[in-house]
Design a protein around this ligand. Structure first.
Ligand code: FES
Length: 140
């Protein structure tokens, strides 16, 4: 095998491997299906985090899941996984939320760090009561 051919095949193999790793990371974040309470809130047990920083929540009131993030100081942030650029569904990949459509990136608490999106993800109020995290969805 000639050097050029070896390098080309090697690079293609590496690209394939990194794409697999990336999809494996994204696939690790399985969504937890939760019900909406009579007060239009989502209730989540902190044990759902299972030593992860985020939990993806699916619920019947919105087509996009919510990413519940537990910050280092124990504060929770709930972000709608709808990109603020053109409404694609974003994905948690490692330490960021990434939009697969045009590459916007957000930190896990929803602030945009790379365009083309210009606005942060929509977030919902959270509170903790009796060892339960409440996410207030607001008006239905
Ligand atoms: S829709 Fe997300 S970056 Fe364009």
């Amino acid at each position: 095998m000639k050097r050029r051919s070896f390098i080309q095949k090697g690079c293609v193999s590496l690209l394939g491997a990194s794409a697999s790793l990336l999809s494996a990371c994204a696939a690790k974040t399985a969504a937890l299906v939760v019900d909406v309470s009579a007060n239009n809130e989502l209730l989540v047990s902190p044990s759902a985090f299972n030593q992860q920083q985020t939990v993806l929540l699916e619920h019947p009131n919105n087509k996009f899941p919510i990413c519940l993030y537990k910050g280092s100081k124990g504060a929770y942030t709930a972000s709608l996984m709808e990109c603020t650029h053109q409404s694609c569904q974003t994905e948690v990949v490692g330490e960021q939320i990434i939009c697969p459509c045009h590459g916007a990136r957000y930190v896990l608490s929803g602030e945009v760090v790379k365009g083309p999106a210009l606005q942060n993800l929509k977030t919902f109020k959270t509170r903790v009561e009796k060892n339960t995290v409440y996410i207030e969805l607001g008006e239905a």
